[in-house]
Design a protein around this ligand. Structure first.
Ligand code: HEM
Length: 421
């Protein structure tokens, strides 16, 4: 196993960690950071506090497991006086942000316990047939064409339709659901600057909330065997989800339904296209698929950086003092390429076992949807390999553009072609 420098270099390096140029060479930059500055603290633009980027495996594990000192709710890093000076959150923002992923114990423990009751392994197992049907329906549409943008035609709609199904949105409302949920997935910087567009996206969110309220009312009077009904009835020791908590949970599911699994399918397919021998092995032995999905998750992590944590007190990590209130970004995509944790970490090896990647996080916020994401990944890749013979990239790999999302990792478009169209 390779060793690393542990002393602080005399001049601190700076790294460009955002934007299209960075995204195209992210793994080279992360390898350099793991060598030079595994805990990289830098001042935020405008001088408001600092952000610490954690790029090595052991340190990533340490932070993810330490929910006491690295919290999700920035208010839990504040003194009572600092808290009192905070402005009130607008109600719509509260709905969007007060979900379990942004909360700390005891609120997190309570919500996760209640939602766990609804989001069971049995429920996910029961979805297999439905996910297969959606995958084949999408492929039926494009197969005769012989080419497509796989993100737009397959990787994105598949998880969105599955979430819509889970929430009990009827097929006739799917297009409306897509418009609403697009508005929910953070508006682009451009839109945020444009007051008119921002007002439109707020209106769409409000329409979505009104629609969901009607779905809840319908499920209350006529319970079904679906997630909304289970969430409405989730109860532990007399405790239930309030309506606001229910909205936040559902909005969270819609956002993750859009932003994550699309990248597992997109990045996983891209890895196979760039490693044809691995694709051939998988075609020959589909039983390898579960291991291969784990390697896809590790090799090109769909969530490149875990959503922000904040230091609740000063913490010394390696040679860096993380200050109370600092934002802390755990770079899962870099930890997953750490040579000290994964032999031949830069190699895509679909038989890698064990594979203790961090792509679903770790500790109390470990991904609640991991079984569903794995199921969707397996079904999607199996269907692609089965239905689209001689699948290949239709453009040069260097021309692929990565989304510039600060925490997600995925290509904007994945133009592919196949034979038999
Ligand atoms: C490949 C797809 C996915 C990946 C890579 C992924 C990754 C993650 C990660 C890294 C976290 C932890 C974040 C942190 O510690 O800050 C997380 C949390 C979570 N994920 Fe996923 N996710 C995926 C799909 C899904 C799906 C399909 C759902 C649900 C339908 C889901 C629901 C959640 C929820 C509710 C949490 C919050 C758990 C908590 O705070 O206790 N995820 N996910």
């Amino acid at each position: 196993m390779p060793t690393r420098h542990t002393s602080v270099p005399s001049t601190l390096p700076t790294y460009d960690l955002f934007g299209p140029r960075f995204k195209a060479q992210a793994y080279t930059v992360y390898a350099q950071m793991r060598q030079e500055m595994p805990v990289y603290r830098r001042a935020n633009a405008g001088g408001a506090g600092a952000t610490c980027f954690i790029t090595t495996y052991d340190e990533a594990v340490a932070v993810l497991r330490d929910a006491r000192r690295f919290v999700k709710d920035v208010r839990n890093t504040m003194t009572p006086a600092e808290r009192a000076a905070l402005p009130d959150q607008p109600p719509l923002l509260r709905l969007l942000s007060n979900h379990m992923l942004n909360l700390d114990p005891p609120d997190h423990t309570r919500l996760r316990g209640l939602v766990n009751k609804a989001f069971t392994a049995r429920m996910v197992d029961q979805l297999q047939g439905r996910v297969e049907a959606v995958a084949h329906e999408l492929l039926d549409r494009i197969q005769p064409q012989g080419q497509a943008d796989l993100i737009d035609a397959f990787a994105l709609p598949l998880p969105i339709i599955v979430i819509a199904d889970l929430l009990g949105i009827p097929t006739r409302d799917r297009n409306r659901f897509r418009t609403w949920s697009n508005a929910l997935v953070a508006p682009s910087a451009d839109e945020a600057r444009n007051a008119k567009k921002l007002a439109k996206s707020r209106q769409l969110m409000q329409d979505f909330i009104d629609y969901l309220r009607a779905v809840f009312a319908a499920r209350r009077s006529r319970p079904c065997d679906d997630l909304v009904t289970s969430l409405l009835h989730a109860e532990e020791a007399g405790d239930v989800l309030s309506e606001e908590e229910l909205f936040s949970m559902i909005l969270l599911l819609v956002v993750v339904g859009h932003e994550t699994t699309v990248n597992l399918i997109g990045n996983g397919t891209l890895a196979l296209l760039q490693h044809p021998a691995a694709a051939a092995q998988l075609r020959g032995d589909p039983a390898l698929l579960p291991l291969a999905i784990e390697e896809m998750l590790r090799y090109d992590s769909p969530v490149e950086r875990a959503p922000m944590r904040f230091a609740a007190e000063d913490v010394q990590l390696r040679e860096v003092l993380i200050r109370r209130g600092d934002a802390v970004s755990v770079v899962l995509g870099s930890a997953n390429r750490d040579e000290t944790a994964f032999p031949a970490a830069e190699t895509f090896d679909i038989r890698r076992d064990p594979n203790r990647h961090l792509s679903f996080g770790l500790g109390i916020h470990y991904c609640l949807g991991a079984p569903l994401a794995r199921l969707e990944g397996r079904v999607a890749l199996a269907a692609l390999l089965d239905r689209l013979p001689n699948l290949e990239l239709a453009v040069a790999p260097e021309s692929l553009r990565w989304r510039t999302h600060p925490i997600m990792r995925g290509v904007q478009r994945l133009p592919v072609r196949w034979s038999g169209g």
